[in-house]
Design a protein around this ligand. Structure first.
Ligand code: ATP
Ligand code: MG
Length: 334
């Protein structure tokens, strides 16, 4: 029997390099060996976008196209839409008894996200909604509704996984051994930095290189990327470790090129403009096959819809089965 993978993405925007290197490459690698459920987490996306339903609706399709374009095979991966599986919302209600408000407020990921969303939640998070504070509980429901054992994610998700494991342990302790404790799997690149030097490239942070950015957009973004501020002239020696252009060369360019770039930069034998131009070319080369696949799915929206319908149907069956076990353990199987 294959083990089950459950992982998800929020339809808040297109995929970026952070998704691809932080999680997507692992999805591609693991899709052959697992019973794989990939959630388009529209309910979770609404927790901080409740006032913008059009954005979420549009991005459910956009992000599905992105995921297909990077090489996920819909015959191996069940793509499903979270809101079409009401069992997840039901489980969220049951699990909300198993976690304290104080624990959610201490969750490092939730804390970091609240401070990034001042416009929505106020300067000190004083206007935080019940729904947003509780999204880690809903994420525990996502995973356990499928008895997910393996969860490929980026590093920012680890505190949420830990929260899920705590809920699982508490559930099993009170209601009897029912749920599996999921394990996170991290990629080689655990966390990709943003164009602004921020610790995390994020869809909602305005610092991302998106997989569907066109040539002109890539050029603009890289030309404006942060380099070593001490380097003014072409032949000034610089520190590549504090340069975002070098950082992305390292991510995307061939190893032998990167080594050379690093040495030349340190010696003052390389100008930033040349370095940026080379990076733009490397990114465009890297994105070309992804862009081509995207075009195919954009021109065939009925195929994308069918993939979502089929995956959601399979996910619903799996969640219904798991729900029976959970309700029986909780003695609410009337
Ligand atoms: P949002 O800002 O709306 O939360 P996001 O960019 O954080 O969007 P998610 O949909 O929340 O994207 O995350 C999907 C997956 O991609 C998660 O597993 C997450 O850990 C991973 N991921 C997102 N950004 C990065 C990054 N910069 N580096 C590594 N992994 C990332
Ligand atoms: Mg996120």
């Amino acid at each position: 029997m294959k083990k089950t993978i459950l992982t998800g993405l929020r339809p808040t925007g297109n995929l970026h390099l952070g998704h691809l290197f932080g999680a997507g490459h692992n999805y591609i690698k693991l899709q052959n060996d697992y019973d794989f459920y990939l959630e388009i987490a529209d309910v979770q996306a609404l927790t901080d976008n409740f006032n913008n339903p059009d954005k979420i609706r549009k991005n459910v399709i956009e992000i599905t196209i992105d995921l297909l374009s990077i090489g996920l095979d819909p015959t191996k991966v069940n793509f499903f839409i979270q809101s079409k599986i009401p069992e997840i919302s039901e489980l969220t209600v049951y699990y909300s008894n198993l976690v304290t408000v104080a624990r959610l407020e201490r969750n490092p990921t939730v804390k970091a996200e609240i401070s990034q969303k001042k416009e929505l939640f106020g300067n000190d998070g004083e206007s935080i909604t019940y729904g947003f504070l509780g999204y880690p509980v809903s994420q525990a429901a996502d995973i356990t509704a499928f008895n997910g054992e393996v969860v490929p994610v980026g590093e920012d998700q680890l505190p949420l996984l830990e929260q899920c494991r705590e809920i699982v342990r508490k559930f099993n302790f009170i209601y009897g051994e029912t749920l599996k404790e999921p394990q996170a799997i991290l990629s080689e690149t655990k966390r990709v930095k943003g164009l602004d030097g921020n610790d995390k490239m994020g869809k909602s942070l305005g610092n991302a290189i998106f997989l569907n950015d066109d040539d002109e957009t890539i050029k603009k973004k890289i030309m404006g990327a942060i380099t070593d501020p001490a380097k003014i002239k072409k032949d000034d020696k610089a520190n590549p470790d504090i340069c975002m252009v070098y950082y992305y060369h390292n991510l995307i360019n061939k190893k032998e090129n990167t080594k050379n770039i690093c040495n030349e930069c340190k010696k003052g034998a390389r100008g930033c403009v040349q370095c940026k131009k080379e990076l733009i070319e490397a990114i465009n080369t890297f994105l070309t096959p992804i862009r081509e696949k995207r075009k195919y799915y954009e021109n065939n929206p009925e195929i994308v819809k069918k993939i979502l319908d089929t995956g959601t149907k399979k996910a619903k069956e799996k969640a219904e089965e798991q729900m029976k076990k959970i309700k029986s353990a909780m003695k609410i199987n009337y």
